[in-house]
Design a protein around this ligand. Structure first.
Ligand SMILES: CC(C)(COP(=O)(O)OP(=O)(O)OC[C@H]1O[C@@H](n2cnc3c(N)ncnc32)[C@H](O)[C@@H]1OP(=O)(O)O)[C@@H](O)C(=O)NCCC(=O)NCCS
Length: 264
């Protein structure tokens, strides 16, 4: 599993690169929340006002500020200026000019952590889960997971069962989020092995394991994270993964973007 990652600099700009940032909610100072909220657009700020629980509101603000900050670090421009459109199953897609490389993004948030992944052109999905969210349950696995995943889980010692369960869970979520179908994709129509890390498809699923890159991360001691990328040459892809803080997000790009992408 990949480690905690390095300091967040400017993401490399290339079609064969994925930049992944995460933000720990508890590390954001109270005074920084208004600065993060200022990175959102009017619709997101309206959504922020409707959350019932503060923890949900904060993780939403963190994720959406993170996604916008990462897009601006990648391509330049103001974080609040990015616009999105919903795909067929509501996957948010960046509205880029037709001539620019097509930017792709995916967000995930859970108790205490938000994450965002950005690339160009290719389907990308990310999922984060809080390790204490629920005890691993054989019933839940049998309900959601494919038989080969259940068999792998049954072989795991009880003390490691929760983490193994959530490893499969984050990988499965990262895949359904990358393809954008959410739960419209039956969760037992594909299966993961953890060692080696690979996806397998049931007969009838039109997809190819050779076109997928998956990565697992442990961004904090209490969270798991998985990344999925559909790519014609997955072995040639560079993944940069970094923790960021509110200062990094609120700081404007040092130069007006790398010049490859204009949103105006
Ligand atoms: C989007 C979805 C696929 C994942 O949701 P989730 O794990 O609850 O939430 P995450 O924080 O990881 O992702 C939410 C973000 O994904 C993005 N998203 C929304 N629809 C999406 C879709 N169809 N595809 C990809 N991303 C999507 C949005 O940016 C959303 O953020 P927002 O709610 O703040 O606007 C959800 O619709 C879903 O179906 N959840 C199923 C949960 C489940 O039972 N999983 C079993 C796994 S084994």
């Amino acid at each position: 599993m990949a480690g905690r990652g390095g300091k967040a600099g400017r993401p490399r700009v290339a079609g064969d690169t994925v930049a992944l940032w995460w933000l720990e909610v508890e590390r954001v100072a109270a005074a920084d929340w208004p600065r993060l909220e200022a990175l959102l657009d009017d619709g997101e700020r309206e959504r922020v006002r409707r959350f019932h629980f503060e923890r949900d509101r904060l993780s939403y603000v963190a994720a959406h500020a993170l996604g916008r900050g990462l897009l601006s670090a990648w391509a330049g421009g103001e974080p609040s200026a990015w616009r999105f459109a919903a795909g067929p199953h509501d996957k948010p897609e960046v509205l880029s000019p037709a001539t620019a490389p097509r930017l792709r993004i995916n967000l995930s948030h859970t108790r205490g952590l938000a994450a965002a992944a950005v690339t160009e052109d290719h389907d990308v999905g990310i999922d984060v889960e809080w390790l204490d969210r629920q005890p691993a349950s054989g019933d839940l696995a049998r309900r959601y997971f494919a038989p080969i995943e259940c068999a792998q889980l049954e072989a795991v010692p009880a003390a490691l069962a929760n983490e193994a369960f959530l490893s499969f869970w984050t990988l499965k979520e990262s895949y359904i989020k990358a393809i954008g179908k959410g739960l419209a994709q039956p969760l037992d129509s594909f299966a993961f092995t953890l060692d080696p890390l690979a996806i397998h498809f049931e007969p009838g699923v039109i997809d190819d394991p050779a076109c997928w890159l998956f990565r697992r991360f442990r961004p904090t001691s209490r969270h798991l994270m998985a990344l999925a990328l559909r790519h014609p040459r997955p072995h040639g892809v560079t993944v940069t993964a970094s923790a960021v803080d509110a200062d990094r997000l609120c700081r404007q790009p040092e130069t007006p973007g790398p010049g490859r992408i204009s949103r105006r």
